[in-house]
Design a binder for this molecule. Sequence first.
Ligand code: GLC
Length: 554
Amino acid sequence: MEHTTPWWKNAVIYQIYPRSFQDSDGDGVGDLNGIVQRLDYLAGLGVDALWLCPVYRSPQDDNGYDISDYCDIDPLFGTLADMERLIREAARRGIRIIMDLVLNHSSDEHPWFIESRKSVDNPYRDYYIWKPGKDGHEPNNWGACFGGSAWKYDPQTDMYYLHLFSPKQPDLNWENPKVRDEVFNMMTWWFDKGIDGFRMDVISQISKDQRFPDGEKHGLYGNGGPYYVNGPRIHEFLQEMNRRVLSKYDIMTVGETPGATVENAPQYAGLDGKELNMVFQFEHVGIGDGPLGKWTTKRYDFMQLKKILSHWQTGLDGKAWNSLFWGNHDQPRAASRWGDDSPLSAKMLATCLLSLQGTPYIYEGDELGMTNAYFKDLSQYRDIESLNAFKELTGAGLISADEMMACLALRSRDNARTPVQWDDSPNAGFTAGTPWIQVNPNYTAINAAAEEKDPDSVLNYYKKMIALRKAHLGLVYGSFQLLAEEDPQIFAYRRTLAETGEDYLIACNFSDQEAAIAIPADFAGARCLIDNYPGSAPDGAVTMRPFEAFVLRK
Ligand code: GLC
């Protein structure tokens, strides 16, 4: 089995938000040379590949998700030579590099857009989506993800361009074959530089319904989602990309696919390999969203979490391959959202993440048990989404300023973007300068240097759990069977790999209360491979302690 399956199925992937990982030159922003400095740490953790959030040349309106040159590195992060060194140095340690590819839109400062906006007959005009106004208004009522209308008026040609995100992120026109040629050539160029894959930003949104109809109104704007999420030509475009580029290399791809369901995921990432290798689905991170979308202080519903994760586990088995994640640079901190900020809950989450079927993605700092920043003042935030949402929602009287601050403290993307906590020196060893965003003050207690030394730290638990997964292929490939479905505290499941006769039972107590679990009879006397409460040996009917998690092997 090891030889017949591609490397990325058995890989553990670590996501780096380069801005916040390690600064090497004292400008307060993390950079590529900083990542090189920490490669030994990452090798020690046991991860196989790094997914880097965008480091291309960019005006940084959305921290690099607005690219003005796809074939160069932003000076904030270093040079192309630094990138080549990172690829080489990582490879020397057996670590692969996956880049973040933003293809739904570019920056408005990209030369294509600068040309495009000049005149209606410019050769680059159709690289973007331009429409005349309707009765002096926007072409339709779609709202942008970062607030306001999704259309911006451009006086130069008296027309509007589409931007599903900020006005500085105009959407590329995938209908234009020249755009596809440019994109595919650029991807080839990167693969020839030796990178090992791409994470593809909001890739499920690149094909728009060419009628551009109004969307159903939610709050201030219409929801265009039904007309561009999983749009009419999406699979045709991805199959063309696969034929012309992806199929030629031993690489991996993971699509960021809002709107992915268990039913449609195999179309994007079926085992036939015609499009992508994996997708990021958002059902579990969307639990609890309310009338104002993600801006809520409601805690997630555990029964829903269990149901969603189980559905993806069984639903994709034999059809597609799951990507597993608790958080990323767009989500709050895992230990804060799914746990209670405690190291114990962080370890429980590690146990679960690393014992499900699929490829696990660890977001930087989660292996240390980093928590939300819980900023108290709006001036501490940097994120365009958070700042715009505050202005728009409080401005429209949809929420009070205090309530919105409480929502931001729990849900803002900046919670995951505070610098990685390396040690207890000033600024947590992240920078010798002033960090671009404040370091979480809890760095004196939660940091890598202290955790390296402490055998019971979250970091050392992650190392053990990664090694355990690697040593037990049943935890990677085995089928999933949910146990104790109605239990309101425990997520328990079996993983079974018939070929090798492996059989595991994993139990995770997601609550801060004790919980009784009945161990199935055939697991009586089973070996406990790991437990986040050291020294315990579950047997028969056991009481799980708050946030306890263990893996048993028959
Ligand atoms: C994705 C990225 C997010 C970015 C957005 C627009 O969702 O993960 O960080 O803001 O796309 O590119």
